[in-house]
Design a protein around this ligand. Sequence first.
Ligand code: 26W
Length: 823
Amino acid sequence: MAIHKAKFDKEEFKKAVVGNCKSLYRKTLDEASQQQRFQSVAYAVKDLIMDKWIATHKQYDKEDPKVVYYMSMEFLMGRALGNNMINLMQYKEIKKALEELDLDINEIEDQEPDPALGNGGLGRLAACFLDSLATLEYPSYGCGIRYRYGMFKQEIKDGYQIETPDDWLRDGYPFEIKRAEYRYEVKFGGYVKVVKDEKTGRDNFVQEDYRSVIAVPYDLPILGYGNNTVNSLRIWDAEPVVKFNLNSFDKGDYQKAIEEENLAKNLVEVLYPNDNHYAGKELRLKQQYFFVSASVQRAVDRYKNMHNGDVSKLYEKVTFQLNDTHPTVTVAELMRILMDENGLDWDQAWDITSKTVAYTNHTIMAEALEKWPIELFSRLLPRIYQIVEEINRRFVEKIKAKYPGDQEKIRKMAIIYDGQVKMAHLAICAGYSVNGVAKLHTEILKKQELKDFYEMMPEKFNNKTNGITQRRFLLHGNPLLAEWITDKIGDGWITDLKQIDKLSLYVDDKKAQQEFMNIKYKNKVRLAEYIKKYNGIDVDPNSIFDVQVKRLHEYKRQLLNILHVMYLYNKIKTDPTFDMEPRTFIFGAKAAAGYRIAKQTIKLINNVANVINNDASISGKIKVVFIENYRVSNGEMIFAAADVSEQISTASKEASGTGNMKFMLNGAITLGTMDGANVEIVQEVGEENAVIFGLSSDEVIKYENEGGYDPMEIFNEDQDVREVLMELINGKYSDNDPEEFRDIYNSLLNFQDGRRADIYFILKDFKSYAKAQEEIDKRYKDKAGWAKSVMLNTAKSGKFSSDRTIEEYVKDIWKLEKVHVEM
Ligand code: 26W
């Protein structure tokens, strides 16, 4: 790839910063607050972007390439300022300019709120994909929602998680631009009237008596690295109709106007903080239809403008990728627009739609499946429901034709069944591609979860193993290592991560090992300072940094980790001569606000931390830290500082994982189960450079099919496990309320709420996990062996760039061509 580096005029840039401060705040830089300085700098950086952004879209209009619309309820972007400076290839130049203005670049970057419009893996993947698409020069739009409040801010008070609103727009977000000219009306409720067209005899479907909102897009620039491509993330805000159209008042329909005002206000108010858990809230379906309808209307309009109003070949230039089932109403909305607004008949519309929509599955967790009650769905989206019914009717006919007399198939595959609309079934039936996000995950989809669909339409199924962007998670997040790598092998890895394999040449080189470990040490010092500042805990950068950061969920098994810490602590206490490398166990995780066991687990981790960190008798052999408010920005620092990457989900449950890749890239050893992309990580780096434990996914699935296993056997036989479990309910870690962790205890041992005990096989895997932890200790003692191993992790991470993932999507699913932007 030809890397393009624009000229940078330092004096001009400095002038812009000073000028921005003046015009935005009527202040000189020295009078301005840190936030105001950040804004002044951000606007100056935005200026450097604008010409490229304009040029990119001019080029797209001229070449009329095929475009992918990445439809996602979530985009977990993380901070933009640093990333934009990096992708402009002007980080160092800007840093210098700021120094001359007496500004510290780190402090300035630290002022930016993380745009946290996502929960976890699925949202962050979307953000990595946008970065790769722009860097690889593929025309694309991210389409999503401009939530007024993103993922909540987590505070830990007295060991408990407290959620506070994430007011990311409070000071204004400098990188967004409002595109008021692209507003669209989105209609909810009412009923559908059939009107016969006198001339054609055709039935026209008209929605009557509806409420509506106006969708107004805001665009965020997505910069390619080292090129002139600037794509857009388009997020939609909702405004009431009355603001620009007083019709309702004219008719005296005051009530309707107020309702629309409220609808608009509530619609985009907040991101649902549930990860992998479907709650069936009406407002969520409204959010889904809202951003989907606006995005599809815009995409079709844009296409029509470029093709003389003829929509018949839409699929040649447009593809919608559905990021899980959340945007699946895209299918029916596109059908509606093609039929009701463009006069196509069903078959024409279906032919286009089924060549235009593709679906990615991100989880097999049953509780994540979106199933909307018919009553709700049809009341909120009457016309859309009619269309889904007709899709279902035709699909059921097909099933009947293929499997005559087989009621079971219909029960399992119908889109509408049992009073519910099943969004995954709709996405699979209508989409031309269905993909999983790691090899193992796709195999499980084909053999288990979506078996019937796979048998009926095997050609749709394919795998796209996830990836991450090395620009954010190495170049920006770990500047010391990035520079060292570039020194050794050149900077080709930045846009071609496969090249990082050239580091393999250095893994036995003593000097290189020392340099690598020295960088790791410095990154650990950086994290230790952060922990001291925000947690008040002293941690030793010479200890092993053993890290588990991800959403809190039972299947991810943070509980297994902390139970093992409790077990280790007992071991040290009973045998003070017990020899182990000092270890710092670091956790970071948000729990969905209503997820009781998850919140209890956070409290448990904090209470265990409190007891252990204050026990002088173990002379600092173990420390436990819970990092508050884990998010993209502190994540970058955490990955850089980790020695051990905890990827310990119950096998078969983690579709892929992407944190695992970020740790690997930054030189950490995976301690994990054979789940998700861990399997492929081990394949790349070699078994001897990872530590694997626990049941395999086949074993887990086998137990599940047999109705589970009996944890009481382990409880009765294993004294160490029993001791740790008793400590959950004897007040050792909760002296003012011994019952505090009763639910956790019960979840492991007792059948309750119709749920078997220990469905995530924590006790079953415990011994194997403890042994794996001993293995980590043993390997760390061999300094050279460890250094070699972590270097190999970095060297073998080439496969896990999202650039590779995107190239696969492009080749197998999207069929895009690159558009090169000259300037
Ligand atoms: C309806 C509620 C809900 C919300 C979010 C259901 C499901 C989700 C997401 C699909 C959960 C999620 O983020 N899944 C994660 O996706 C990542 C990207 O593919 C994977 O790496 C993770 O393994 C998977 O858990």
